[in-house]
Design a protein around this ligand. Structure first.
Ligand SMILES: Nc1ncnc2c1ncn2[C@@H]1O[C@H](COP(=O)(O)OP(=O)(O)OP(=O)(O)O)[C@@H](O)[C@H]1O
Ligand SMILES: [Mg+2]
Length: 877
């Protein structure tokens, strides 16, 4: 029951988010809802234009009493427009024994003598006419070949161009325009000259169509409108694709999931929202269609239309979800969306021309085509259009959704009636959504995480057994050499098979993470063992790429560990059911702000508060409290996209603290903050750590020093040291730092600088570690007070002679510890990889030395030397 309440709350939080985002993106929401109006308006305008153009065409209306139209001569070619066209050609046979004059009378209708140039050819024989049309591409309206006459036979050979022609903007039939008049003239002349011998004999022809009703598909509305309706109904698909992938790209789902959002709630809210939008869109589309008086919308039942458009939209949601599972970038989603759009257009023509849903032929293609919802939809639109094509058609009633084809089986394919298509749409929606969900799990997500292809068959997935983590045999861990790390490891390992210690909040038990880098395994986290107590702030430090974020990602469920385990309040992170329990008690501020650009700070906190399971009546109070804490009051109602870097970090910190989690992970929370706000956030963290466990990573040593109860430094995936700040400084800090200044313009070659360095070398055996124009810094190991005192007295007495203007003494800082550890880890790695570097000795001899080797060495020339390694700005030796 609790589970259901949580799911309902989470769905309501995400629906709230979707509605707010829809409101904020009002232009695109308006387009998304009212796009149908634009399409319907377009259909209306085109329809009106075409109606005006073809209003005179008899095929579009009932013709009860056809009127004959008289036919006159053959229309002349228009030489400027119809290039290469010759109206008339006369080709007498070479041995023409015929009294051709008898037929010359046929010419008055096309009087050769009066034809302008280029419209009349008189050629010597038929073959040359063919040759001309073949080589020059000349088209002839009519060719009259030499005629033959005998006492009983009068024959004339006529040829006419058979391609349809546009004459003055009208398509003409060559048979009606050329063949019939020419033939008639020939007959008339034969009758006049040969048989009747009457000069005044006349024949007049007229063409009269049969009486007929208007043809079935008469206007644009019936023919092209389905194409527009297809485009209109496909429009939301591209937006859906974009939305689903954009949220994935932002990794918001991972953060929401780590904060306790159930996958079911997430997908359910997405599907519910999209279904609602599809319903709204279809409803408005049908309403607009009716408002513009389209027969398809007026004559078919409202319910039939609404369900057809909606169900089609639903199947496209499934398809968007399926295709979205392959994509990681929103830009790709738009491209794929348009590609599907174009494919649907091609399918439109395939389906409209009767394939594959025609009544004859092979039916095997029907189901195959139906797996692509637009094919079925085009078929539906074609049926609905055909059923309302003329004024006399009545459309279909709801009860006829399945049966209209059976009533008139010659009209359409009953296997794919509108009603049957509804079942297809629902089936496809469910199928595509399930396959999409499966692919979401087995294809790498935004963090590169994927499950095994058979994941849903494993008992662990359903929470019956512990997930089995395969250890990587190639994963060799170098034993730690640090006594504190070894002691911590031993203490945690001693309890490896037991419950966690009462006072511990987190126990990291050999967590490992291996990535693939260039096809080879790369071990990012190398099995650290340590515990973090309740009410403790554990600062995890380390150079870039040390594995801090990867460790946190494993603890928060972003990344499943490759091997090893970690327990959070006794729940294992290596198992889905354990992780689900862990998610209820953790808060996260990820290294990179993962926020909705278009939501305000307050809205973020409200959504996360509901997801965290805070009671509805306390949600607003909780959100305001956190806003206050991170001092975002003035910007509470400002969208996160307009925040500065520091404000976004503060909002992320507030999000991590919402719902009072027992464990909070803060991954570089103060990056990008100014010193005032940084100090303020330190206060927030200081207050927050009172009754909870906080794991903090940072590159600010000051922050770690001030806030950290315990500090661990990682490098190259391994824990290098662990302990309190004081302990680390005393063990790794190297004692004191003494800084000496000889004015503003010091150079290395100044004699008094050389003398000062000499003094340090003599007394403490140390070299300068850092040199600037104003200070020389020396790290001095722990020494007895007497030596230190006499050294300072010596410095004081030589103050004038050595031009010393300032001397500073400080305890070594955490930064020194950090630098030492980082350098040490670099050296270890370099040594393990056997890399060498060339070193030039004072004698000028160049020798190859193993990178990181600080032993005393002897060169081939017999010089004894020792190399001291430093690190550059990238941390390399
Ligand atoms: N998904 C991944 N695929 C491959 N390599 C990865 C992945 N995530 C992290 N890495 C690698 O793992 C190593 C540790 O990365 P991680 O982000 O944990 O470092 P970090 O200690 O948080 O560093 P920073 O201080 O820069 O945030 C890096 O070398 C990084 O390139
Ligand atoms: Mg990091």
């Amino acid at each position: 029951m609790d589970g259901l309440v949580t799911i309902a709350r989470q769905i309501s939080a995400l629906t709230y988010k979707n509605l707010v985002l829809a409101k904020r993106n009002y232009t695109s929401t308006f387009l998304r809802i009212f796009a149908s109006l634009f399409f319907i308006l377009l259909i209306y305008l085109c329809n009106e234009g075409i109606k005006a153009r073809f209003s005179q065409e008899s095929s579009v209306k009932d013709v009860p009493d056809p009127v004959p139209t008289e036919k006159h001569g053959i229309p002349d070619c228009i030489p400027k427009v119809e290039k290469g066209c010759v109206t008339f050609s006369y080709a007498p046979a070479p041995n023409n024994e015929l009294s051709v004059y008898q037929l010359e009378g046929c010419l008055p209708c096309v009087p050769v003598s009066q034809l302008p140039d280029g419209q009349c050819d008189i050629d010597s024989n038929p073959a040359s006419v063919f040759a001309v049309s073949l080589t020059r591409g000349t088209r002839y309206r009519v060719v009259r070949h030499a005629a033959r006459c005998s006492e009983c036979t009068r024959s004339v050979q006529l040829q006419n161009g058979t391609s349809a022609d546009v004459v003055r903007g009208e398509w003409t039939s060559p048979y009606m325009e050329y063949t019939v008049p020419m033939q008639l003239v020939a007959h008339r002349e034969i009758a006049k000259n040969v048989f009747l011998k009457d000069e005044n004999f006349k024949v007049q022809i007229a063409i009269q169509e049969f009486a007929h009703p208007a043809f079935v598909v008469s206007t644009f509305e019936g023919q092209i409108a389905p194409l527009f309706l297809l485009a209109c109904s496909m429009f939301p698909f591209v937006i859906q694709m974009n939305e689903i992938v954009a949220e994935k790209e932002l990794k918001l789902r991972q953060v929401l999931s780590a904060m306790g959002l159930k996958d079911f709630s997430y997908w359910m809210s997405w599907h519910l929202f999209q279904s609602f939008m599809a319903l709204l869109y279809s409803f408005l589309l049908v309403l607009f269609g009716m408002a513009f008086q389209f027969r398809l919308f007026l004559k078919n039942d409202f319910g039939i239309l609404l369900i057809t458009f909606w169900m089609f939209g639903q199947s496209m949601i499934g398809l968007a979800f399926l295709l979205g599972s392959f994509l990681r970038r929103a830009a790709q989603a738009v491209t794929v969306g348009f590609a599907v759009f174009l494919i649907a257009f091609i399918f439109y023509f395939v389906v409209v021309f009767g394939f594959p849903y025609g009544l004859g032929g092979d039916r095997a293609a029907e189901p195959l085509f139906s797996f692509f919802p637009p094919s079925l939809f085009v078929k539906n639109l074609a049926d609905l259009g055909a059923l309302t094509a003329t004024d006399k058609d009545l459309g279909i009633r709801f009860s006829e959704a399945y049966s209209y084809c059976t009533i008139n089986p010659n009209q359409c394919n009953p296997s794919y009636s509108v009603g049957t298509s509804w079942s297809w749409y629902i089936g496809l929606y469910v199928l595509y959504s399930l396959v999409g969900l499966y692919l979401e799990n087995v294809l790498p997500d935004a963090m590169g995480v994927k499950k095994a292809p058979w994941y849903f068959l494993t008992p662990a997935y359903w929470g019956f057994t512990e997930a089995h983590i395969h250890d990587d045999p190639t994963f060799v861990i170098e034993e730690s050499t640090d006594e504190d790390v070894l002691a911590e490891e031993a203490s945690v390992k001693a309890r490896a098979n037991e419950e966690m210690k009462e006072e511990a909040a987190i126990e990291i038990r050999g967590l490992k993470q291996t990535f693939k880098r260039g096809g080879k395994p790369f071990h990012a986290v190398k099995a650290p063992w340590f515990a973090v107590a309740k009410n403790q702030l554990f600062a995890l430090l380390g150079p870039n790429g040390a594995g801090k974020t990867t460790t946190i990602n494993m603890l928060t469920g972003f990344l499943p560990p490759t091997a090893g385990n970690a327990l959070v309040f006794g729940n294992t992170v290596a198992h889905p059911s354990g992780m689900n329990r862990v998610k209820r008690v953790i808060g996260i501020c990820p290294q990179f702000d993962i926020l909705w650009e278009r939501l305000t700070a307050r809205e973020h906190l409200i959504i996360f508060a509901i997801i965290k399971g805070i009671k509805p009546d306390s949600v607003y109070h909780e959100a305001d409290k956190r806003i206050e804490e991170v001092r975002l009051n003035d910007a509470a109602n400002q969208i996160a996209g307009s925040f500065s870097g520091g404000m976004k970090r503060r909002l992320s910190v507030a999000v991590s603290l919402i719902g009072n989690p027992s464990v909070v992970y803060l991954d570089e929370p103060t990056t990008g903050m100014d010193p005032i706000n940084r100090r303020h956030v330190w206060d927030v963290i200081e207050a927050a750590k009172q009754d909870r466990c906080v794991v903090l990573t940072t590159h600010s040593m000051e922050e770690a020093d001030i806030l950290g109860d315990r500090i661990g430094i990682m490098a190259k995936g391994r824990l290098r040291c662990i302990g309190s700040s004081v302990r680390l400084k005393s063990r790794f800090g190297g004692g004191y730092r003494i800084s000496v200044s000889c004015g503003d313009n010091m150079t290395k070659s100044l004699p008094h600088c050389i003398k000062i360095k000499e003094m340090f070398r003599k007394t403490f055996k140390v070299e300068v570690v850092e040199e600037s124009k104003t200070y020389m810094h020396f790290n001095v190991p722990n020494t007895d007070d007497a030596t230190l005192q006499s050294f300072f007295e010596q410095l004081e007495s030589s103050r004038e002679s050595l031009c010393i203007v300032d001397v500073q003494l400080s305890m070594s800082t955490l930064e020194d510890v950090f630098l030492n550890i980082a350098k040490q880890s670099e050296k270890e790695e370099a040594l393990s990889m056997n890399r060498t570097a060339n070193v030039t000795l004072k004698t000028g001899e160049v020798v190859g030395v193993l990178l990181g080797n600080e032993d005393e060495l002897v060169s081939p020339a017999g010089v004894t030397f020792k190399v001291k390694w430093g690190t550059d700005e990238d941390g390399n030796l």
